[in-house]
Design a protein around this ligand. Structure first.
Ligand code: FAD
Length: 395
């Protein structure tokens, strides 16, 4: 059809969408715009923190999307979207006209939702919830802390990017402390009373990190309400801590451009048609990935990539005047409790009563009480999953 499709963001959602648009209809004119020249993936960034992999392991480039798949790639920050005139504007002064637009900007943070935690505080108490310089900063702090120091991880309430992510991070950091700084402790100060795969994580912690990790739920005064980055303190309603390393993961919203463009509702995320991901607030604009409200689908890289394929197919169908197929999507979240200890949760999704819902009985979660070989195999599957999804999205 030769129609112009512009994609904002080259992460799991955007990169996959751009590639699959060209696959489904090579005649499309597809443009991908990301503010960064390369994308560092959050998946496997926890392994980088503890020295299992280095930054190059999680670095993804866009050149193959161009050379192998014919996507036009621009490094620029999108600053405005006008759905009325179908135009995207960038910080670099460029203007892109589109027939269809896909927005996959990931998340941004609600600064000061935790008192004192703003962009400047994050340079001292890293969130490391976007991979890149923040990952490097948190890694350096872990390396520099004394044996016997305290690490605090403060996960937010739901919804947020990667529900099991903070607990995988706690596990791998505990493994690092056990090996390199065995007198140290790790405190998870949680804004919730339950979390993804919590029984499985706790089983692993009891086995491996019993005297290192302590998880404090919201009901036991775990929720961090205030930080002071300058004096290094972290506070809940009734306690004050002075950790050697504070990893504060604040509440989140859709990426700022989605807010600026008027694509978000009161929740801070973007309402969409559950079969196509077209915004319910702007015609011909589609939102996928962490920024979208996607029912039962967790905010994961796998979800983003699955949504990207559904969305690309829906756009190709509607451009041809055909009716898009009903959504069928998938997610598996692997987490590492140690390098040789993996756990997972999987589901298949369909639209039920206007909402993306997990199909009962379609998925599953790793069994409790599994043996070493079983956990080791799931750790290997985690690595295999990471390599194949990166191949699928960027290569
Ligand atoms: P992103 O992948 O964040 O991509 C957004 C892109 O948009 C970025 O490249 C950004 O530079 C660009 N961008 C944003 N705004 C603009 C703009 N205005 N102009 C131009 N470009 C812009 N998921 C899994 O499936 N498995 C895992 O094991 C896993 N582990 C994780 C571990 C951690 C520690 C964390 C934090 C997350 C993890 N996730 C995992 C979740 C996963 O990272 C996200 O769900 C996924 O990245 C969402 O994809 P996305 O396309 O929505 O956003």
């Amino acid at each position: 059809s030769g129609a112009r499709v512009v994609v904002v963001g080259g992460g799991f959602g955007g990169a996959t969408a751009a590639k699959y648009l060209k696959r489904y209809d090579p005649s499309l004119d597809v443009t991908l715009i990301d503010s960064q020249a390369t994308h560092f993936t959050c998946p496997f960034s926890n392994t980088v923190l503890v020295g299992m992999n280095d930054m190059s392991y999680i670095e993804r480039k866009f050149d193959k999307l161009n050379s192998m798949h014919g996507v036009k790639v621009f490094t620029d920050m999108v600053t405005a979207i006008d759905p009325a005139t179908k135009v995207v504007k960038t910080a670099g002064g460029k203007t892109f006209e589109y027939d269809r637009l896909i927005v996959s900007p990931g998340i941004d943070f609600k600064w000061n939702a935790i008192e004192g935690y703003d962009a400047a505080a994050a340079e001292i108490m890293p969130h490391a919830w976007k991979a890149g310089p923040q990952t490097v900063l948190l890694k350096k702090q872990l390396e520099a802390m004394p044996n016997g120091g305290l690490v605090v991880i403060a996960p937010p309430g739901n919804p947020f990017r990667c529900p099991p992510g903070p607990y995988e991070r706690a596990s791998l950091i505990a493994g690092y402390l056990k090996k390199h700084k065995p007198k140290s402790k790790l405190l998870i100060l949680d804004a919730k009373d339950a979390f993804a795969k919590d029984k499985l994580f706790k089983e692993g912690w009891e086995k491996m990190y019993d005297d290192i990790i302590e998880w404090v739920p919201a009901a036991k005064n775990g929720k961090v309400t205030k930080v002071n980055a300058k004096d290094g303190t972290v506070e809940t309603d009734f306690e004050k801590y002075k950790p050697a390393v504070a990893n504060i993961i604040p509440p989140q919203t859709a990426g700022q451009i989605a807010i600026t463009a008027g694509l978000t509702d009161k929740s801070g995320f973007c309402p969409v048609d559950p079969n196509t991901f077209e915004s319910t607030l702007a015609k011909n604009v589609y939102v996928i990935g962490d920024a979208a409200i996607a029912g039962d689908m967790p905010k994961s890289g796998y979800s983003a990539s699955s949504q990207a394929k559904v969305c690309a197919a829906a756009i190709v169908a509607t451009l041809k005047g055909e009716k898009p197929l009903p959504l069928s999507a998938i997610n598996t979240c692997y987490s590492l409790v140690a390098a040789d200890y993996g756990i997972s949760v999987a589901a298949v999704f369909a639209v039920k009563d206007g909402k993306i819902s997990s199909i009962p009985g379609s998925g599953g979660v790793s069994p409790m009480g599994a043996n070493y070989q079983f956990r080791k195999k799931e750790a290997d599957f985690a690595t295999g999953w990471y390599q194949s999804i990166c191949q699928d999205s960027w290569a």
